[in-house]
Design a protein. Structure first.
Ligand code: SF4
Length: 372
């Protein structure tokens, strides 16, 4: 298949792995930010192709995984209301809240539906004016333009029975929080190509300079990831800390300007809680005052609800690259995809789900490099 097969070519992948091995002189720890990249790495065994000095850390870029427990609980409360039709992408339905998940609300008679776009939820609201239709607006910068468009159109078309439960988070503040943490082990980043397709990569220059880390905007296929690692290792070995773009076939420095303009109209930057990590200042979106009438938290009176995270799930450490999934005592025992304790075991982009699916249950062959 064109634009896929050439990026999965085994001979090319091996050449890139050899090129990385040739230039690597000491241990390096590199974090792939995105859960989609994590799944490619584990699925294709990319980490096992690398020289033993290179350790890949899995980052916080799985939107389902970082959605905090209290937002999931708010979703459960809203979805259980008799007047509500609650719409979500499918992967949020099995994410455990404090007292069940959205599937369990549906099983008890709640009107919970899987949709493939926020515009499908808006259509439902238009066609069912007697129902309160709520869309669960979860995600990184990648989902924000479509979610902003749904709210913008609801406003323009005067559809008052539509609202969104917003859990939008942003990558650059999360990278800054990781790099500021005392237990940080990451020395270089593979930034998420699809996020940068929307936002560009202007914001990363300041991070690379402030924290002295190379950041390589990277795609998702094995060839992309290996090339991103090669570019990152070249910088690390040369003592450089620059922003480079491996994913030039999709990403431009300024990103998608019309999408950014729409997002700036509908959303404002706010502090957000990340599951297992805690609150990160100015790390997400909330609705602007002009569109606050579409805020489901305000409409259904759940904005002030706060919930503590489950202490058994160590997904916060997994999402910060401090621990690998199989280092969690519950992994594969008390926590499985069928009976998950945390969102990282549920999501199609979750690191725990990837390790479980591709049977990575052994100690890491490439333990992370010590800093210094
Ligand atoms: S294996 Fe389960 S309990 Fe452990 S970190 Fe992953 S999701 Fe949480």
């Amino acid at each position: 298949m064109k634009f896929v097969d050439e990026y999965r070519d085994q001979a090319q992948a091996e050449q890139l792995a050899q090129a990385i091995a040739r230039i690597t002189t000491r241990p390096w720890s590199i974090m792939e930010v995105c859960g989609g990249q994590t799944h490619s790495i584990v699925k294709y065994g990319i980490d096992e192709l690398l020289p033993k000095q290179i350790s890949l850390l899995h980052g916080p870029g799985c939107p389902v995984c970082v959605t905090p427990l209290e937002i999931v609980d708010k979703a459960l409360q809203i979805a259980a209301r008799p007047e509500v039709t609650f719409c979500s992408f499918g992967d949020m339905l099995r994410v455990p809240g404090s007292g069940g998940d959205l599937f369990s609300v549906k099983a008890k008679g709640g009107d919970v539906r899987i949709v493939y776009s926020p515009l499908d939820a808006l259509k439902l609201a238009r066609e069912n004016p007697q129902r309160q239709v709520v869309f669960f607006a979860v995600g990184f910068e990648t989902t924000a333009p479509a979610n902003a468009m749904a709210v913008f159109q609801a406003h323009a078309q005067k559809i008052p029975n539509f609202s969104v439960l917003v859990s939008q988070v942003l990558v650059p503040p999360a990278i800054a929080a990781l790099l500021s943490a005392p237990d940080n082990r990451t020395q270089g980043f593979l930034a998420a190509g699809h996020v940068c397709t929307v936002m560009g990569f202007e914001e990363y220059f300041q991070l690379a300079k402030k924290y002295r880390v190379p950041i390589v905007v990277t795609g998702f296929e094995p060839f992309d990831i290996l090339q991103g690692i090669l570019m990152c290792v070249r910088q690390l070995e040369a003592g450089r800390a620059e922003v480079e773009n491996q994913y030039a076939r999709s990403v431009q420095r300024e990103g998608n300007l019309p999408a950014q303009a729409l997002m700036a109209k509908v959303f404002r930057v706010v502090s957000r809680k990340w599951r297992g990590v805690g609150e990160i200042p100015m790390s997400g979106y909330g609705l602007t005052d002009e569109f606050s009438a579409y805020d489901a938290e305000l409409r259904f009176g759940v904005a002030g609800n706060h919930v503590d995270e489950d202490s058994e799930c160590i997904s916060g450490q997994v999402l910060r690259g401090v621990k690998k999934p199989h280092e969690c005592p519950a992994f594969g025992v008390r926590c499985t995809p069928e009976r998950p304790l945390g969102a990282t075991m549920v999501s199609s982009e979750g690191a725990c789900a990837a390790y479980h699916r591709y049977r990575r249950r052994q100690p890491d062959k490439h333990p992370p490099a010590e800093q210094g």
